[in-house]
Design a protein. Sequence first.
Lengths: 175, 369
Amino acid sequence: MSLQTVRKEQVVLEREKRFLATHAACHDRIYRYFRRRTDNAATAEDLCAEVFRITWEKTSQNESPSVMVVFGIAKNVLRNHDRSALRSSSLLGALQLERDQERCRDESSIHEALSRLRPDDREVLLLTYWDGFSSTEVSDLLNTSATAVRMRLHRARKALSHLLEPETQPEGAER
Amino acid sequence: MSKTSMPGGIERLLQSVDPGHSVSEAEVATSRARSLSVMSADARAEGTTVTRLASRIPPHTTSRGSRPRVRRRLVLASAAAALLVGGIVIADVVRPNGPGATAEAAEVLNDAAEATIRTSDPLVGPGQYLKIETKALTYGGMQAADGSDISWQETVSDQLYIPADKEAEWVWDRGERIPLESSSDAAKAAAAETAKLLQKGKGGLPNPTVGIQRAPGGAFYGTAPMVIIGTSLQDAGSLPRDPQALLDLIYERTKGANKTPERAAFVTIADGLRTGAVPADLRAAMYKAAALIPGVVVGDRQATVDGRTGIAIGLASPEGTSRDDIIIDPATGLVIGEQDVLLKDFSGSPAGTVSSWTSVQTSVVDSAP
């Protein structure tokens, strides 16, 4: 192979390696992130493809985007999607869908309680317990302090248990 | 302050209703393949050639790709390597069919459970590490200047050091990929070239897949390693030790995670067993749970993985093209490795070919790199 070709191949190969490493570390988590927040698989797949198109562009600059960076991209892609689709709450849509598939009553009551939380609080809760982020990571992602995240998490947990057990919640009322 | 009377707490409650858990492997695979294709689309636009790392599909990567999210955390070493090579999973439409666990397989598994209980776990003292060495046979490949593909088999050796205090820093030393001696000279040259490129990394960028990585609590990919979906290694104590209860829980947690519930459960158990980090009583329960899965068979009484011999217990893919085995040392009840065996001829390889394998060895050491 000519030197030119080899060089070209090298650059492409390095970029692909960077991209593949990032893709391997992130794709499934990103996909599930979208599935949890949008209506169906096709939408999640579209958004996922968009995220990795942007990620691929970033890898041309010798960057190896971290998991958090890719999730930051995902967050923006989701926000743009929600805006353009003019949907007030993607979660509600997803939850409705979930409910349609014969789910036990417990599950739908939890989903319903979730949908009644303040969106900011709910997102902290979901990023923590569904997407598996630490409070520091959640704070990175939401551009806020880790303390604020822990406070929101505390508030969200409290609100959720209040919603789920209103009659046996003596402490939930004062806040 | 926020006292909740809900058993298990909010965390468990939320995880039990996580829509992400019911996402099928097929749709994840579809998305995975599509989002990888941005590379070739882009390269076409630029008029450059694309190297084949992404498009290479080693014979049957299906099982290796199952539920990668969990596998990756659990089986840090080999899964990540396998994913890098074969990120694309073929999603076929399939139909479960299980004649029931064979008596022979059930006997081997129950014996392994007994042996596990008899053989005490290595004690990891304060400051010490549980060292888990894995060696995996995977696929490598590259495109030559003339556009032809060269592919070869290569091995990757990794060491994972888990501290006695599992919340402390884990160390993962990921090895380089070494082509098999039997590879052609052209393949060896291509492999060396790839390795060199990776090592240097343009702009002084380190290769993310080789060398030492550190992560507190083992969160190499952002979250703590899990034993099964929804239960971290730290919380392993909370899982039921009753085999049927454990299996039911695994079925529930892995709903939709693989082509068949049986396969999802078997792969989950195999992952857990080979981490080397699961406590003995839970390992024993996992063996007994595996014995309850329909379709589990003895694949080979004399399976050799990386020079060691054990009994292969496996489950065939629903298409019947391959079988995933865990290889158990009957004397200790330890999983010494895994293998994928072709059950039908595939792209030049006859049925019976071991298309990939991973060996696992655990020991206790005083220090980590």
